[in-house]
Design a protein around this ligand. Structure first.
Ligand SMILES: [Fe+2]
Length: 470
């Protein structure tokens, strides 16, 4: 039986299946409808905010929650499940106290005295957003912070890392790994200059290159992109503005007048090498992939007209679709300097992913979550976009059934880009039953080939990952 949903909350992100779970569990031989493919072996991982202690139920923001990892291990047609909190320093402090220590982003100005002990970090590394798997190491990521190493298969927290003292800047939740060279490209953004910093970590896990990237004003830069030659920076108009906040406005807000530019820099370039290309103002939260093609650099991403980061879209009403992305493409011609940009699909989507083995190189397919048109942070289905055919293959989960990020897991022995499976959690709000579904990526609209009935509730979360192997 699924764990009962917690009592209703006034806070959208603590209500229903957004509510956290408090117990860490293990389960084997999970019940399945259909058949787990025999040619699927590895860990499906999903991370998200799962607060253990909350300062203010009303003011809680979904970005504040402690990271929790939910993992399903696929091996020989069998599955097992494990969930664990990421044991960050802030999480451990609150566990020791048995109550909140950190107040959260919407309560920064609250007059309640701080409980952060002397010597502890003034902010919490939440490790709640996304994964990277590089140099046989699994990282849980949180963009203002250092990566946190998690062991597999036990999901124990090894701890945060600064790459032997070489990482000097925040580390995005969305680094890019070029599987052909083994390099991991990363960046971080900050309120103080340098507003952006960029680093490359080689295949052996050594941080070998860092450079500042100059932009005129700090912006919320959640993601970036990399091709086999270049790294791409998105100076888009969600600005960070302390003076605006002091004047009573939002510290993070869409500011169209800022304009939008894509910076293109060689993988081992420096600030002076960045070429900036003006594009139409809009919002990109997540990219899908980028690659080099002749004289062009091609970028595909989910792009929306505007954004409501602080409000998280909760009060957007009819404007919600304007904050939901569409799959979009920019073609930057490095010889002529021209940029061609266009929407690729009418569907509203985000959590865009490709087959990770092809990242930084040309891809034909993008996978994404299809947004619910009226409820924020809610996905009704999964899409596969075919750039060659210009069409989408979709699967919808059904009434009051909502999913998360679908990750692509290559079939053992795969030879084609889309030869594999899409895996995501789905929650049935009619029955409060969580599921993990496995879809043949070459036949998305056929629906799941296997539906794992989760013995415990899995809350909605942020990003997913796939680590192949036994
Ligand atoms: Fe993200």
């Amino acid at each position: 039986m699924a764990e009962a949903t917690q009592s209703k909350s006034v806070n959208f992100f603590l209500d229903g299946n957004f509510a956290p779970v408090s117990v860490e569990r293990d389960a084997n031989d999970l019940p399945v409808n259909g058949q787990i493919p025999a040619d699927l072996a590895g860990h499906f991982l999903r991370i998200g905010p799962n607060p253990a202690h909350i300062f203010s139920e009303a003011a809680y923001h979904t970005f504040d929650g402690d990271g929790m990892v939910h993992a399903i291990r696929f091996a020989n047609g069998q599955t097992s499940y494990r969930n664990r909190f990421v044991q960050t320093e802030g999480f451990k402090l609150e566990q020791e106290r048995g109550d909140w220590v950190y107040k959260g982003m919407n309560s920064m100005m609250d007059p309640t005295p701080s409980r952060v002990p002397e010597g502890a970090s003034s902010s919490k590394n939440l490790a709640n957003t996304a994964f990277a798997y590089h140099n046989n190491t699994l990282y849980a990521l949180h963009e203002p912070s250092q990566p946190t190493i998690i062991s597999l298969p036990d999901l124990e927290t090894v701890g945060a890392t600064d790459f032997r003292g070489k990482l000097k800047h925040p580390f995005t939740a969305h680094p890019k790994i070029d599987q052909k060279t083994g390099e991991m490209m990363t960046f971080g953004y900050a309120f103080q200059a340098p507003y952006v910093s960029y680093s490359v970590i080689n295949a052996d896990g050594d941080l070998v290159h860092t450079t500042p990237i100059t932009i005129p004003k700090p912006v919320f830069m959640h993601d970036f992109a990399a091709t086999s030659k270049y790294s791409l920076f998105l100076d888009f108009p969600i600005t960070l503005d302390i003076e605006r906040a002091i004047a009573g406005g939002p510290p993070i807000d869409f500011e169209e007048a800022h304009g939008a530019r894509i910076g293109v820099m060689p993988r081992y370039g420096t600030d002076a090498d960045v070429r900036w290309f003006d594009v139409k103002p809009g919002v990109v939260v997540h990219t899908a992939n980028a690659w080099d093609e002749g004289d062009e650099v091609v970028l595909q991403a989910s792009r929306s007209k505007t954004a409501d980061i602080i409000g998280a879209g909760l009060n957007a009403g009819d404007k919600l679709p304007d904050t939901q992305g569409q799959l979009y493409e920019w073609r930057i011609n490095l010889v002529t300097g021209e940029v061609a940009e266009r929407a690729l699909s009418d569907l509203r989507c985000d959590f865009t992913r490709v087959n990770d083995l092809y990242a930084c190189h040309k891809t034909r397919y993008v996978y994404g979550g299809i947004f619910n048109p009226s409820r924020p942070f809610t996905f009704d289905g999964v899409m596969k976009h075919d750039s060659d055919q210009g069409c989408d293959d979709t699967y919808y989960y059904g009434s009051r059934r909502h999913g998360g990020e679908a990750v692509f897991a290559p079939r053992i022995g795969a030879t084609a880009e889309d030869d594999g499976y899409l895996i995501t959690f789905v929650h049935d709000e009619n029955t409060d039953q969580s599921e993990c579904i496995v879809i043949d990526a070459q036949n998305v609209s056929d629906g799941p080939v296997a539906t794992i009935l989760m013995p415990y509730r899995v809350p909605y979360g942020f990003h997913a990952g796939w680590v192949a192997g036994g």
